[in-house]
Design a protein around this ligand. Structure first.
Ligand code: HMG
Length: 389
């Protein structure tokens, strides 16, 4: 039985900061951010958006009548949890008016768990072929202002439905995984921004790529020639480019050039959003499917997932007949193009205004056109509303 991604959608805020402007404000050469890091724009997440609101917006795009009728489980991958106890999936039941007879849980292992969600969903569907699983990967990537990590922030949510006979990508059975106890990036309780050993984290990312790809090849004898495209977790797009160069170092020049061309299509949206931790690899999949003109059904895509702390996985999937139909209008590209630009000063103000912890607050959402809004905290309870209801 083929099992995999049937529908996929992305949501983020309606505003961004330009990376050349941010570089000027930080007294850096703009090319450091544009070329050296590989980022053109960075999503700025206002206080009225969080993982729940962005997840609701993304999930709303993939849940039609069939998905709602067969929904058996929601797996919410995030490292931007809004509560120590309650899963961020639970508010989605009310906000999206879902059938409550559904299993929900939140998953954590840094940026890796979007992939954990997909693989667990695949197991669930193998046991219950009539069920559809909703996998959410939502985060807000936050480092300190004026730190080296600052230009690698961003945020957003990817929603994917996983089912039998999927219409986009059937997952293959030979995932290669590695996990080690490593301190490259972490966020202790009480800290709203991550601590990171930046250079070391990029080394571990590339080492885990070498480890998992070698293990994947040992299982099935495939080489890079067997892939139509290779996708990477993109904390910043230059690191994915380094990963690609590592994998194609010994490949035939023509194959290397073809994979490099697909990588440009795959990194476009990441370069306009920034890191969204758990969802970054899957935003790259959307970017590839909307922006590549040469992919064909039956071709194999390789995916490298990485989460600090640290876990890596290389796995693959086969594009399914009719996969392109969901991407012809380029919905994510259009949404990104309609965002408004904010100045560096406005971005800094919004960064400082983010609500963390249980303090009482009431937020004005006049400037936020999203359908789902975080309106503040009352009696230690986060308040959400759906516009129009
Ligand atoms: P930095 O140390 O300020 O930057 O921050 P740099 O000095 O290394 O420069 C970056 C690149 O720009 C270099 O290229 C420079 O040469 C180049 P490279 O040598 O790497 O090829 N450069 C220029 N290029 C063109 N024109 C110029 C110019 N100037 C310089 N004028 C760092 C970089 C990654 C350390 C920082 O951004 C950071 O700490 N980021 C956060 C950590 C991160 O994203 N790590 C990625 C791996 S870990 C991961 O993926 C997991 C994660 O997503 C979290 C999770 O799992 O939950 C982060």
């Amino acid at each position: 039985m083929k099992i995999g991604i049937d529908r996929i959608a992305f949501a983020t805020s309606n505003q961004f900061v330009d990376m050349a402007e941010l570089a000027h404000a930080r007294h850096e050469d703009p090319n450091k951010y544009l070329i050296g890091i590989g980022q053109k724009k960075m999503a700025v997440i206002p206080p009225t958006q969080d993982i729940v609101t962005m997840a609701a917006s993304a999930a709303n795009k993939v849940l039609g009548p069939e998905e709602r009728a067969h929904l058996g489980m929601i797996l919410f991958a995030t490292e931007s949890a809004i509560d120590n106890s309650k899963s961020a999936a639970a508010p989605l039941i009310r906000l999206l008016d879902l059938n409550p007879h559904v299993r929900v849980a939140e998953l954590k292992q840094a940026c890796y768990t979007g992939t954990a969600g997909l693989q667990l969903a695949k197991g669930q569907v193998a046991l219950h072929p009539d069920q559809i699983v909703l996998v959410i990967a939502a985060d807000i990537a936050r480092y300190g202002l004026k730190t080296p990590g600052e230009p690698t922030q961003g945020g957003g949510a990817v929603a994917m439905t996983v089912k039998a006979t999927p219409r986009i990508l059937a997952l293959e059975d030979d995932a290669a995984v590695v996990t080690k106890d490593i301190m490259d990036f972490w966020r202790p309780f009480g800290c709203d921004a991550a601590f990171v050993d930046g250079k070391y984290s990029t080394k571990v990312y590339l080492d885990f790529l070498a480890d998992t790809f070698t293990h994947y090849q040992e299982m099935n004898g495939r080489t890079v020639d067997d892939f139509a495209a290779l996708l990477f977790h993109l904390p910043f797009t230059k690191l994915g480019l380094k990963g690609l160069r590592q994998l194609i170092a010994d490949a035939d020049l023509k194959i290397g050039a073809r994979l490099a061309q697909q990588f440009e299509a795959a990194r476009e949206y990441g370069s306009q959003v920034g890191n969204l931790y758990t969802g970054s690899l899957y935003l790259s999949l959307i970017s590839l499917l909307e922006n590549s003109t040469t992919l064909r059904a039956g071709e194999r895509i390789g995916l490298y997932s990485y989460g600090s702390g640290a876990e890596g996985e290389f796995y693959s999937g086969i594009l399914q007949p009719g996969f392109a139909a969901q991407f012809t209008t380029r919905p994510t590209g259009q949404a990104l193009a309609s965002r408004k630009q904010v100045s560096v000063q406005e971005y800094e103000k919004l960064y400082d205004a983010a609500v963390h912890g249980p303090a009482e607050s009431a937020l004005s959402a006049d400037d936020d056109p999203a359908d789902f809004i975080f309106t503040g905290v009352h009696n230690h309870i986060r308040q959400y509303e759906q516009r129009g209801n």
